[in-house]
Design a protein around this ligand. Structure first.
Ligand code: FAD
Ligand code: NAD
Length: 402
């Protein structure tokens, strides 16, 4: 048998975990493994709201891939994936092409502005390390500039966040800590800097029970976050959002869109059949009709049969999919039957800054306050441990005091 070549696209939670599991399950004699990623580092996507607010350093959220994957075992290619030619088993990169016998497509998410006029042009988005760092640097620039101008624009210190789902709420939770720090640093009255979170739905974080939502909203309001609920954003201009039936313009010096995500645009560029921008995968996580192509993480819909809807895209889901995919690729190589993916939820926690949060955990228990914040850190540290073991946990783990 010629040695099969497995190509993994993306070193996020799904791709990196698949690669690590493959190296544990297949010897160098059994398969060649190639990992392709845009950068030479992996980042903890689940920490990006902290990078965007400036409450953690970008370097804390990123990990050199060669520190957690043995480059002697896995060929590492740092390049941009342009498209997949699935009928030819070829991946087109910006600088070369690569063939494969088995492909794992795990290029993650991109911000989805749903075609709202001006959003792409005028709003920042939390997508990766660079886009997140840009937000924190822009916010700090607004504060620094305000101090140097004779007649500064009062709106320049306002931060407008569009969408109060998980990302929006976790981001304003971090801003509630960062903004008072910036006010102190630049000697600016706290009342001049506003944090405004705009949401179209009648509630923030509707996936949580009402009591948890009320707790979270009040906690953030007490720390200076203003919510505009039931206020759909119809347009983004260079000045801010246009909101609601009366087209009110809310002005701000920093405008961030956290209104939703879609699968990588490489899916579309590859001509794949998509359902709402993602591949609706079979139970064994393969693209329908394709024997050798797995689609994971935020690029796929995986059906939750009990609730008759897809699972929400999360890191937790991506990492569990990776474990099954590695086993299924080994099964394919040895002509064994494939296993179906079954998701085991470990619960959900939303942080509201460093020391606060809300969540539902494994046994259906509700958490709020410091207990939820502590649980979030356990989850964050677990992900580091799974990727890089105790060494990485010691180097980058979250141990911030309460
Ligand atoms: P990603 O983590 O997005 O990784 C994709 C990888 O592919 C990246 O390394 C990227 O650089 C690379 N890549 C992308 N395009 C290309 C290209 N064209 N060529 C080469 N490489 C490319 N989920 C939870 O379970 N818990 C949480 O607490 C949580 N918090 C979150 C907080 C924030 C701010 C955000 C934005 C999301 C959060 N999520 C959370 C959701 C979770 O992060 C995603 O579901 C998860 O990252 C999906 O993993 P993935 O491997 O599919 O993609
Ligand atoms: P989301 O889709 O969960 O939330 C987007 C929010 O924006 C929604 O509340 C929506 O009503 C609102 N919105 C959309 N269009 C709008 C408009 N025109 N005007 C005003 N509001 C509008 O997206 P997200 O928060 O980016 O999360 C993406 C995925 O990542 C989710 O599946 C989530 O589960 C996951 N995530 C999880 C965590 C966590 O577990 N702690 C944290 C962040 C993200």
């Amino acid at each position: 048998m010629t040695k099969p070549k497995i190509v993994v696209l993306g070193a996020g939670y799904a791709g990196l975990t698949t690669t690590k599991r493959l190296t544990q399950q297949l010897s160098p004699e059994e398969a060649e493994i190639v990992l392709v990623n845009k950068h030479n580092y992996h980042y903890e996507t689940t920490w990006l709201h902290e990078v965007a607010a400036g409450t953690i350093n970008p370097n804390q959220a990123r990990v050199m891939i060669s520190d957690v994957v043995n480059p002697k075992r896995v060929r590492l290619i740092y390049d941009n994936v342009v498209k997949v030619k699935k009928d030819e088993n070829i991946v087109v990169l910006e600088n070369s092409e690569i063939s494969y016998d088995y492909l794992v497509f795990a290029l993650g998410f991109e911000s989805n502005d749903f075609g709202i006029k001006g959003m792409d042009e005028h709003a920042f988005a939390i997508e990766d390390i660079d886009s997140s760092r840009l937000i924190s640097e822009h916010i700090e620039y607004q504060f620094a500039k305000y101090k140097t101008e004779e007649n500064p624009d009062e709106n320049s210190l306002h931060i407008l966040v569009g969408g109060a789902g998980f990302t929006g709420v976790e981001f304003v939770g971090e801003l509630a800590e960062k903004v008072p720090e910036l006010c102190k640093k630049y000697d600016i009255d706290r009342s001049k800097a506003r944090i405004i979170n705009v949401e179209a739905a009648p509630s923030i974080l509707p996936m949580f029970d009402k009591d948890l939502v009320e707790y979270g909203k009040k906690s953030l309001e007490d720390r200076g976050v203003e919510f505009r609920i039931g206020a759909p954003i119809s347009e983004c201009t260079s000045e801010g959002f246009i909101v609601g039936d009366d087209d009110e313009l809310i002005k701000a010096g920093t405008v961030v869109w956290t209104g939703g995500v879609k699968g990588s645009s490489v899916l579309e560029a590859s001509g794949f059949e998509l359902t709402k921008g993602k591949v609706n995968v079979d139970a064994d996580l393969r693209m329908p009709g394709e024997d050798n192509l797995f689609v994971l993480g935020d690029c796929s819909w995986v059906w939750n049969k009990e609730e008759d809807r897809p699972y929400p895209p999360t890191a937790q889901l991506a990492m569990q999919e990776a474990n099954v995919t590695a086993r299924n690729i080994k099964a394919l190589i040895y002509n064994q039957p494939l296993e179906d993916f079954v998701f085991k939820s470990k619960g959900t926690v939303a942080s509201l800054g460093t020391t606060d949060g809300i969540g539902n955990v494994l046994d259906g228990r509700k958490l709020q306050g410091k207990a939820a914040a502590a649980m979030k850190k356990v989850v964050d540290n677990r992900s580091l441990f799974l990727i890089g073991g105790p060494k990485l946990l010691l180097k980058k783990g979250k141990v911030r005091p309460f």
